[in-house]
Design a protein around this ligand. Structure first.
Ligand SMILES: Cc1ncc(COP(=O)(O)O)c(C=O)c1O
Length: 408
């Protein structure tokens, strides 16, 4: 699917008049939205309202039967024995680490190109995140770079299935196995994705999911889950999410208040049966993009054994910011995931946990642009985006040739 595995090979000439002609034609067209949760919710509105009424009648607002039912349904969807619903994806990551007793003195390898929550969760349990570079063509953790980061204090590696594509779990599994490390998944962006014949979430010792509204499987507020085949770990997680409570009024460890709400679980139960269809629609639009995008645009490399569920549709461009402005003028919404690598955030200043350079993560941060992507995006809208991008190139070329022609 990749048009090129080389980032940022877009022409750099011109650029100052990038947005002008586009804005002239844009006014008569509707905005191509980055996401469209309203369409999704209109589709299942009756069921969502029914789910709301069900919870209202039961008054089971924190944990309770809807949470238990969702946990069973999501565990079986992912192909694991246990799912433990929690309050967010960040909580899922932190509790997963806590449940393995990862804490002060331990190091955890995480990719430098990810949503910052992956690294923050490691900090939250008192362990040290060690940032690792990513692959040029997928933006996913690079197993070779990960191997170089393993030291005597390394306890785990977190494989982040960014953009909806599974990491190279064969190589990471071999590395973890040979060095006695835990291999954990951050599957926040990849609900429903496959790696060979297994679903994401069933590939490591345990996996963390986010049900933030914009995710492929999103609640109507925050939510998350940890999946695992390990019964003891699941029991510990149930305790940790509920203030260390083993039985009512019996607190056996210093846990947290990180429970999944009954309402969110009930809403997630409405949406889960749609997830495969919505992911298939995302893939169909991704295929349309791949066909229609100008050939100077670099798209995500998709591996055969790890079909991407396109939580996002990232492209890479040297003139990313100018192109984003041009698309905005053409009424195409875009995003950046992420414009800073983890170590480039203010929150990271003064932290020691970085061994070596992270050039690929930094180049993703400088060049990534996310195009509109959601299950209800139309082929016509993809066409609009591609047309707008194509026109930007024309503008840049003509600006370059104009400069050339102006030379004496
Ligand atoms: C890769 C990744 N990890 C973790 C998280 C954190 O999830 P939440 O926002 O539910 O805490 C997100 C959410 O954006 C994410 O994209």
């Amino acid at each position: 699917m990749a048009k090129s595995s080389q980032p940022g090979n877009a022409d750099q000439g011109g650029g100052s008049t990038l947005t002008e002609p586009i804005s002239l034609v844009a006014s008569r067209r509707h905005t191509v939205r980055f996401a469209a949760l309203d369409i999704q919710h209109a589709l299942v509105r009756a069921q969502l309202r029914e789910a709301f009424d069900r919870v209202l009648r039961s008054s089971a607002f924190t944990l309770g039967e809807e949470v238990e039912a969702f946990e069973d349904e999501f565990a079986s969807y992912c192909g694991v024995d246990h799912c433990v619903g929690v309050a967010s994806g960040t909580a899922a990551l932190a509790l997963m680490l806590r449940a393995y007793d990862i804490g002060p003195g331990d190091e955890v390898i995480v990719p430098a190109h990810t949503f910052i929550a992956t690294a923050l969760a490691v900090e939250h349990v008192g362990a040290t995140p060690v940032l690792c570079d990513v692959q040029q063509d997928t933006g996913l953790i690079d197993p070779v770079a990960a191997r170089a980061q393993v030291g005597p204090r390394t306890a785990a590696i977190i494989a982040v299935h960014l953009y909806g594509q599974a990491c190279d779990m064969d190589a990471l599994g071999a590395l973890a196995g040979s060095r006695g490390l835990l291999l954990l998944e951050d599957a926040a962006q990849a609900a429903g994705a496959w790696h060979r014949d297994r679903r994401v979430g069933s590939l490591g010792a345990a996996s963390a999911f986010s049900f933030y509204p914009g995710k492929n499987l999103g609640a109507l507020g925050d939510g998350g889950a940890v999946c695992t085949d390990d019964a003891l770990l699941a029991t510990r997680l149930r305790r940790l999410r509920n203030l260390g409570q083993r039985a009512k009024g019996e607190h056996v460890e210093a846990g947290y208040n990180e429970r999944l709400d009954g309402l969110q679980a009930a809403f997630l139960r409405v949406k889960l049966p749609w997830l495969d269809e919505w992911n298939a629609a995302r893939r169909a639009r991704a295929a349309d993009y791949a066909q229609m995008l100008p050939d100077w645009v670099d798209v995500l490399e998709e591996r055969v054994h790890a079909p991407c569920t396109y939580h996002l549709f990232p492209i890479r461009l040297v003139e990313r910011d100018a192109v984003a402005a041009g698309l905005q003028a053409a009424r195409v919404q875009t995003g950046m995931h992420y414009r800073r690598a983890v170590h480039q955030h203010v929150a990271w200043r003064g932290r020691p946990a970085r061994r070596g350079e992270l050039p690929v993560a930094e180049s993703w941060a400088a060049t990534e642009l996310s195009l509109p992507m959601h299950p209800h995006l139309s082929v016509g809208e993809v066409e609009r985006v591609c047309e707008a991008l194509g026109a930007l190139r024309t503008v840049r070329l003509s600006a370059t040739s104009a400069a050339r022609m102006a030379r004496p």
